[in-house]
Design a protein around this ligand. Structure first.
Ligand code: NAP
Length: 280
C-alpha cells in the first residue's frame, strides 16, 4: 500500500488533505515539528533544522510539501526535502507554493519549484491564490474587535480560493500520474474586492462587517505587533502590494478541470465558517 507523507499536516490545507486521503483509504503519515504524540500516524520533521528528515521519508511513496509561513528562505527549507525524497525513491511529489511564485526565477519559492522540476521526480506544483480562510485566521482580529477587515489593498480584487479546494486538488494529484510534471494556478471562480467580501461575511453572520483600506505603514506595524519577523513582514508587504496592483485578480479553471466541479464560493465558505465570527 502506498504511504503518503504530508508536510504541514496540522495546518489549514494539510489537515484537510490528511482527512481526504484517509477517507479515501490511503495510509497517511503526518509530519510535525512538534513532539510526536502518536508514532503510528505522525513523524517528527523540522524543516528549519532538518531534524527527522531522512527518517520521515523512509518508505514514503507520495509526498505533499509546503513551506511553513514565517520564513523567507523557502528554497533552503524545501530543497533538502526534495533531495531526500529523490534519494528514497518517492514516486510522486505535490508541492504547494503560491500564485505568482513563478513571476521571478530568483524568488526563493520559485527556486524551490525549479529544484523540483529539475529533480527527475514525478511532480505537480500547485500555486493557490490568497486563501478564503485568511478571513477566519490572519485577518480575524479586526473583524471580531471592530467589525472590519483592515488591509492596504484599495479596491483591488482577489479570486480567493477555499483551502478545502486546494486540499482536494492535492489529493487528486497525489492519486494520479495523469497530470505529472504540470503546474496549476488555483483560484476561486470569481474575483471580489474586499467590500464585496465584507458584504458576504455580513450576510452570513447577520453582523455589520466592512472593509477599511489602511495605509501600508499601519499594516506593517500591525504585522510586527502580531509577532511576525521583520523579514517576513517585508515579504507580506510586498505580496500585499502585488494584490493591490491587481495580480490576484486572475481566475483559472484548474479547480474545475481537476475536480469536475466549481470551486467553493465565498458565500459557501462564509456559511460554513460562520461560527468563527459569530459569538455563541
Ligand atoms: N494564506 C494564504 O493566503 C496563502 C496563499 C498562497 C499560498 N500560501 C502558502 O501556504 C503555505 C501555508 O499553508 P497553510 O496555511 O496550510 O499552513 P499553516 O496552516 O500555516 O500550517 C503550517 C504547518 O507547518 C508546520 N510547520 C511549522 N513549522 C514547521 C517546521 N519548522 N518544520 C516542519 N513543519 C512546520 C505546522 O505544523 P506543526 O506545528 O505540527 O509542525 C503547520 O501544520 C505557505 O507556504 C504559504 O506561502 C498561503
Amino acid at each position: 500500500m502506498s504511504r503518503t507523507l504530508v508536510i504541514g499536516a496540522n495546518g489549514t490545507v494539510g489537515s484537510e488533505l490528511v482527512r481526504l486521503l484517509r477517507a479515501a483509504g490511503h495510509q497517511v503519515v503526518k509530519a510535525t515539528s512538534r513532539p510526536v504524540t502518536d508514532p503510528a500516524t505522525e513523524v517528527h520533521l523540522n524543516l528549519l533544522t532538518r531534524a527527522g528528515l531522512d527518517t520521515a521519508l523512509q518508505g514514503v511513496s507520495k509526498l505533499f510539501l509546503l513551506s511553513p509561513p514565517g520564513h523567507t528562505n523557502q528554497d533552503e527549507l524545501l530543497k533538502p526535502v526534495i533531495d531526500v525524497a529523490k534519494a528514497h525513491g518517492v514516486q510522486k511529489v505535490v508541492l504547494m507554493t503560491a500564485m505568482g511564485a513563478n513571476a521571478d526565477d530568483n524568488a526563493p519559492l520559485r527556486k524551490a519549484e525549479r529544484h523540483l522540476e529539475a529533480s527527475g521526480l514525478a511532480y505537480n506544483i500547485i500555486r493557490p491564490n490568497w486563501f478564503m480562510q485568511n478571513f477566519n485566521s490572519y485577518w480575524i482580529q479586526g473583524i471580531l474587535e471592530h467589525g472590519k477587515i483592515f488591509l492596504p489593498v484599495g479596491k483591488a480584487k482577489g479570486s480567493f480560493i477555499d483551502a478545502r479546494d486546494i486540499a482536494a486538488v492535492a489529493a487528486r494529484l497525489l492519486g494520479t500520474d495523469e497530470f505529472n510534471q504540470r503546474d496549476f494556478d488555483l483560484t476561486g471562480a470569481v474575483a471580489l474586492d474586499h467590500d464585496a467580501v465584507a458584504a458576504i461575511l455580513s450576510q452570513a453572520t447577520g453582523q455589520t462587517i466592512t472593509y477599511q483600506d489602511i495605509p501600508e505603514g499601519d499594516m506593517r506595524a500591525a504585522l510586527l505587533q502580531a509577532g511576525l519577523p521583520a523579514a517576513y513582514t517585508d515579504f507580506m508587504m510586498v505580496i500585499l502590494g502585488f494584490f493591490k496592483a491587481g495580480y490576484a485578480e486572475r481566475t483559472t479553471d484548474a479547480v474545475h478541470m481537476l475536480l469536475g466541479r466549481a470551486p467553493i464560493s465565498l458565500e459557501q465558505y462564509a456559511a460554513d465558517y460562520r461560527s468563527a465570527w459569530v459569538k455563541a
